[in-house]
Design a binder for this molecule. Sequence first.
Ligand code: HEC
Ligand code: HEC
Length: 432
Amino acid sequence: MKPTGLSPTYRLQQAKPAAHACADPKASNPTPKLRIAVFVAVLAGLTACGGHGGGNDSTGQTQAALVAAGKQTFRFDTFGDETKWTDALRMQEVISTVDPTTALAVGLKVDSEALPAAVVAGIQNGSISLTSPATTVALLKLDAVVGVKGKVENVNGTDTLTRVGFTCALCHSTVDDTFAPGIGKRLDGWPNRALNVGAIVALSPALDATTRAVFNSWGPGKYDPRFNLDGMNGPQVIPPAYGLNGIHSITATGDGNNIAYWNRYVAVTQMGGHGSFSEPRTGVNVTNGNDDQVSNKLPGLQAYQLTLDAPTPPAGSFDVVAAARGQAVFNGAARCSTCHSGPEFTDANTRLHPVSDAMGEPEAAGVPSYTSRSATRQYRTAPLKGVWQHAPYFHNGSAATLDDVVNTYNSRQSLGLTSLQIADLVQYLKSL
Ligand code: HEC
Ligand code: HEC
């Protein structure tokens, strides 16, 4: 899918050829040497890349290098979280016993562009077995399993997974399935709604039965990013990491003023990366290790995320005429635009909302209100660009389809919409 309306940073990245002193921002899979070069370019800032053109050029070069570094971080950086996933949870032991077919079944994705021609041919002619755990290790060695970073070493003549960690791409990327289901080109920013994070983590031999039961209760596409801190169980749908440019209120509850706030939160408190996160509003205060591997990557990570535009709907996926009528309903009779306003369809930059405004509430029986666990204790109006792409809806996924969303608003807010207005509104949402 080719996104339209590229953000200015992305356009700069495309337009400016890299000067030789700067890292190539277009390199999609730099070698370790080039990766270091990218970071050097970023750290060195304007001056190192200046002198090759005008002021705008050097700004563009620096920005492009920053975005390129952020892309690497998003896809491949564990921030040292192997301390958690390898040393504490011993995930390398179980991942080594899982064959690719099973891994694909729990929603893990394979990056087809990381596969050499011989491997592609081998998978196609069946000489490389997708039911052999050794193939999983081989794929990890190729850095081809999206969001999973493995270290494979030769132990007594056998390729062995000795360290494993996770990256942001695990939850916030998927693939386009062009090679086979679950195998294709990366789609960064698209939430992996097939991924059963809970079932994967529950495989850890280091967990007690109670904790394991909580992880197994989540199901695909969901993750509770606070459970390990407050002990409560109320998983959230994994949201897109695209379409956030211009939105200065991050997460379903608007906990952060910028993406970097939450990126630091996840990298440190959830992934187990080395660094610190502290939030007086919730009392969360976590430091892992004494070698901060998070802070200096946050500017690049944010810059890259801001280049990820929401995907436009596929041609023919909605009724254009009905969508035009639905737009009038959205702005008129249904009053949706009183909150879903502006280019991103959210008032998030000016206000948050009480629990009573959120149709994902009340939570299912026994689940605490998600706001009660947040820093703001309120909800953000969800941005709607690309909403066609990421069912189920609301923070907890309580609405399976856009029809369910509109019907919920219609009945809960006594909007009195006709069935034609409801159908048109759904077509409009599919067009965003
Ligand atoms: C295990 C799955 C998982 C991983 C790994 C993960 N996230 Fe998330 N992410 C989530 C969930 C679930 C939420 C929803 C949190 C909420 O709304 O309270 C979220 C929310 C976000 C948001 C807020 C989106 C919005 O609409 O405001 C951003 C940005 C984000 N993550 C970025 C990252 C980055 C960067 C990383 C790597 C450092 C990362 N995430 C790693 C699951 C994950
Ligand atoms: C009073 C403010 C307000 C109004 C009016 C409003 N919304 Fe929302 N909308 C929200 C909030 C807050 C959320 C997040 C709710 C949650 O996660 O539980 C949301 C979530 C959504 C979502 C889910 C998006 C996602 O990523 O899961 C959709 C779709 C949506 N609204 C569509 C509409 C439509 C259609 C209307 C008009 C019928 C409407 N909204 C009216 C505030 C509002």
